[in-house]
Design a binder for this molecule. Sequence first.
Ligand code: NAI
Length: 240
Amino acid sequence: MRLEGKTILITGAGSGIGQASAVKALTEGARVIGIDQNRDGIPEGVDPILGDVTDDDTVARAVAAADRIDGLATIAGISASGVAIDEIGSDQWDRIFEVNVKATWRWMIAALPAMRAQGGGSVVTVASQLAFGGGRLNAAYIASKGAIVSLTKTAAFELAPDGVRVNAVAPGAIDTPMMNRSMSRAKDPEAAREYSRNRHALKRFGRAEEIANGVVYLLSDEASFNTGSVITIDGGWRAA
Ligand code: NAI
């Protein structure tokens, strides 16, 4: 019960890593407020807030639903893999940065007043191993993940005097609807899956629960000396 008595906001709680993190946070005793544009996948026991994470109204409703805010995990994200760097539309670029980067900042500052009033809190963001190694045909997404690393470190430094810790997880390829959509956009989806799977030292994709374990650790008081850190959970992708 590492999150007993804590109220945690999780964006993207309706699928994949966000959904697994919400389930794990519940089993660790938290009250979980799950934000997603899709109701279907939000787990039983989570207080749902439906809406787009980039809308002020969604942010306001989630904050108003919280009795207190001990933790925030900004997990909602979008990708547009399979697009060459010179074929990304300007609108597509902006939308990826709006959802992945600007919303991370927006939710972080929305949680701050409550965290400050309580004497602290924990924010967990989601980067990617691609932020460090780069990749192909996904420039806007990868650049957005690099920006999340910079934002995480900057916020950690700036908010440490408030007792607010800010950390990121950097997952490898995790078997979620997002990853499967990305693979299906490849010219040869089976070859793309095979290449990606074997790119990990452990020769497999990660499971959403394996990232949720890292998210919950960072949200918990066990991580009291973690701030500004990026925890790589990538099956040895960067080691390989
Ligand atoms: P997913 O697509 O399975 O789940 C994302 C959830 O976020 C969905 O429920 C979706 O409805 C919600 N969402 C997206 N945009 C939204 C918006 N504007 N407003 C409200 N809800 C919105 O994705 P997955 O794989 O679970 O990814 C979660 C995070 O992990 C993302 O930030 C992703 O970039 C990151 N990540 C995923 C990796 C993977 O291999 N699956 C690898 C590295 C990072």
